[in-house]
Design a protein around this ligand. Structure first.
Ligand SMILES: *Cc1c(COP(=O)(O)O)cnc(C)c1O
Length: 359
């Protein structure tokens, strides 16, 4: 059978990244495994990191949390996107902690605790500048005046989320640290959870009892513009289906978006935008053949993309181009596509043969 592209995920490297982050923290370090572990597989990632000693996991959705729950029996599993009306019983039944982000959500969770006649754990999300989810300042003051609203709720952590953690010069970072301290001083005593991946590199003012890295675990550079301290853990290889001779002046692919300026050899590989090989990589992406760079030419189509291998006579059908790997980091792919590594990873498609190393 014609081979498809192969996506290799080295869980040993994910574990090494978690250990490296954990070793530089006084507090605990969670693993964010939302969006199927940033596209790499929430279950295998959670299972591996649990074995490594990780005891706090975050997803975005309740369903994602329920899916990993059996893999991490003694760990905290929390869902970041808040408590939807009517979902409280499901959270409690599956031992998933909601991240409460409004007075209404607090009311629902408190009511669930009363129904069950026991205290229920939760995290509290304070908004300090993102303006997406979480309690605003007025709601924090309301809770300070009316602490009985939290009846039956064990506040595991109070958390907030940084807006521009990957930009150390952003003024909002320090503003958020101040607002977070202000909010925590008004809430019942609880442990704090602050930094995401990049936030862990911002210094002591962003340390907390529980850091919440996602991207850095998966090898995305948490300190853009500086050498990546994390290990790459993804390798994506695509088989060459054909190598064609294209005369000068001929175009390649849809709408003739690339025209050969000289007699060229074009390698066609079986990865397209349906595989998450973003269409914005058209005429912009790069791959590697035996370490040598080859340019993506023309439009990325649904199932195929085309590379100029004119200067690499060794490229032949049945050979492989490396689309992501140690020589072609996710962050570089992202730069070619005009996006970030998060979007590249979470876009990776379902058609790849997935190979887990170190599971
Ligand atoms: C996604 C997310 C994280 C992890 O962020 P990274 O930049 O991937 O480390 C942490 N906290 C919250 C609230 C998030 O939504």
């Amino acid at each position: 059978m014609q081979p498809g592209a192969v996506l290799e995920i080295d869980l040993g490297d994910v574990a090494a990244n978690w250990r490296a982050l954990a070793s530089e923290q006084d507090g605990a370090v969670a693993a964010v495994v939302k969006a199927d572990g940033y596209g790499l597989g929430a279950l295998p990632v959670a299972r591996r990191l649990y074995r490594e000693g990780c005891r706090h996991f975050f997803t975005a959705h309740l369903a994602e949390a329920v899916a990993i729950r059996p893999e991490v029996p003694k760990a905290m599993v929390a869902a970041l996107n808040g408590l939807w009306p009517g979902d409280a019983a499901l959270y409690a039944e599956h031992d998933v902690r909601p991240v409460l982000g409004s007075l209404g959500e607090i009311e629902d969770w408190s009511a669930e605790a009363q129904r069950r006649g026991r205290r229920l754990d939760a995290l509290l999300h304070v908004d300090t500048g993102m303006n997406r989810l979480g309690l605003g300042a007025a709601e924090v003051e309301r809770l300070e005046r009316e602490p009985e609203r939290l009846r039956g709720i064990v506040l595991d952590y109070v958390m907030t989320h940084l807006v521009s953690a990957e930009e150390p010069a952003a003024e909002l970072n320090a503003v958020q640290a101040r607002r977070f301290a202000w909010a925590c001083a008004r809430l019942p005593p609880a442990r704090r959870s602050f930094a995401n991946s990049s936030g862990m590199f911002l210094g002591a003012a962003f340390a907390s009892d529980l850091a919440r890295p996602g991207a850095a675990l998966y090898g995305i550079n948490p300190v853009p513009g500086r050498p990546n301290p994390m290990r790459p853990c993804v390798r994506l290889r695509a088989p060459v289906l054909q190598v064609r001779e294209v005369a000068a002046g001929e175009s390649v692919g849809y709408n003739g978006a690339w025209v050969a300026g000289r007699a060229s050899r074009i390698a066609t590989v079986s990865v397209g935008y349906a595989d998450g090989w973003l269409r914005s990589l058209s005429n912009a992406g790069q791959a590697r053949f035996d370490g040598a760079p080859v340019a993506l030419v023309g439009r990325v189509s649904m199932d195929l993309s085309t590379y100029d291998v004119t200067d690499l006579p060794g490229v032949a059908p049945g050979g492989w181009l490396e689309l992501i790997g140690p020589d072609m980091p996710v962050d570089n792919v992202a730069a070619g596509a005009g996006t970030n590594g998060y979007e590249v990873l979470t876009s990776l498609g379902r058609r790849y043969e997935r190979v887990y190393i170190g599971a």
